[in-house]
Design a binder for this molecule. Structure first.
Ligand code: SAH
Ligand code: SF4
Length: 346
């Protein structure tokens, strides 16, 4: 039987164990312990299972993880993994280190359909959503390679997580479930380009994960030019969804703002942003623009704002009492920084 075991929820594991394997329910806990806690994917190595059960699991073509077809290591310790899926599609994940903590940045789609002008992923086109197992597989395989648990996961790799909401939230549930990976909700972050209905959905979701919104411009004219998704969900609808999220969860939303020279770095825009987001109590992440290593012909070109301009913009934020941080890129030398992931199959 072909099955995508990594896509199973805890409840589905229990049903699989009792209905298909005809085993007692506690076997589900044992198997989940092997897969999610110990990163053991081969049924043969699950030594607390009986030999007949292990054989049965082997016949079920058990855990399939993405095949690793490349790895690059940055001088700052960041590692970039290239994965190949069963149909040949390729995606990348990034593993970062900061002060003894590790963060995995995973992809939710092969490519991205939203085509933001400044993003290498968006400029490289789109193939499909990744399955729950393909997303979880990136994370668990990195943990296995690392030989230890990763502290945080961010959905900031290739793709728009809220366009693959069902699978991404399955991943979140499995990571968070105490009988599975048992990763705290505070260690899980979804970044969205502003899919308003998805943000509302997250506001009512049972796992209180963290939310980042990629704003990049505080008015519709500029934002629609940079991010075509803004035409579908203009700022009024996005901000309304963010207010709903804030009211429902009480959680602080992080705003991501990529600084592009002469495009969105005028301090005047900081004032516009403050007015737009008034009362939301956001935290702003300023991301100096990362250029793609190779751009498709005809793709728009951008440059990183100068340090002086970034400083001036941040000074305006300070004056407005908006908390911010400048996110220094990690792994730019191996094209692993924000917006640089462009691996594609075919
Ligand atoms: N699709 C989601 C998550 C993936 S992108 C989103 O857009 O939020 C992760 C972050 O990288 C986003 O904030 C995105 O705007 C940013 N990004 C994209 N291209 C970039 C670039 N060239 N330089 C710096 N950040 C970039
Ligand atoms: Fe897609 Fe995010 Fe890149 Fe925009 S920035 S193209 S939404 S991955």
């Amino acid at each position: 039987m072909e099955m995508d075991a990594l896509s199973l929820s805890y409840e589905e594991w229990k049903m699989f164990v009792t209905d298909v394997l005809k085993e007692p329910r506690f076997r589900a806990d044992q198997i989940c312990g092997w897969v999610y806690a110990k990163k053991v994917f081969e049924a043969n190595s699950m030594t607390n299972l009986s030999k007949p059960l292990r054989d049965k699991l082997m016949n079920e073509s058990f855990i399939k993880t993405p095949i690793q077809v490349g790895e690059k290591k940055s001088k700052d310790g960041t590692r970039k993994f290239l994965w190949q899926m069963e149909d040949g599609e390729r995606v990348e994940s990034v593993l970062m280190n900061h002060g003894g903590h590790t963060t995995a940045c995973v992809s939710s789609q092969a490519g991205c359909p939203l085509a933001c002008a400044f993003c290498a992923t968006g400029q490289a086109g789109y193939a499909r959503n990744l399955t729950t197992g393909e997303i979880l597989g990136q994370f668990l395989t990195m943990e296995r390679r690392l030989g230890q648990d990763i502290n945080n996961i961010v959905f900031m790799g290739m793709g728009e997580p809220l366009l693959n909401e069902a699978n991404v939230l399955n991943v979140v549930r499995s990571l968070n479930h105490e009988k599975m990976r048992n990763l705290g909700a505070r260690h899980i972050t979804i970044s969205t380009s502003g899919i308003a209905p998805g943000i509302r959905y997250l506001a009512d979701f049972d796992v209180p994960l963290r939310l980042s919104v990629s704003l990049h411009a505080p008015n519709d004219a500029l934002r629609s030019r940079l991010m075509p998704v803004n035409k579908q969900y203009p700022l009024a609808s996005l901000v309304e969804a963010m207010r709903y999220y804030k009211n429902r969860t009480g959680e602080r939303i992080t705003i991501e703002y990529v600084m592009m020279d002469g495009v969105n770095d005028d301090p005047q825009l900081a004032f516009e942003m403050a007015a737009l987001l008034d009362g939301l109590g956001v935290y702003v992440n300023i991301i100096p623009y990362n250029p793609p290593l190779t751009a498709p012909p005809g793709a728009p070109t951008f440059a990183r704002s100068s340090e002086a301009k970034i400083k001036a913009f941040c000074a305006a934020l300070s004056d407005l009492s908006i908390e911010f941080e400048i996110r220094r890129e990690k792994g730019a030398d191996i094209a692993a920084a924000c917006g640089q992931l462009a691996a594609r199959g075919r």
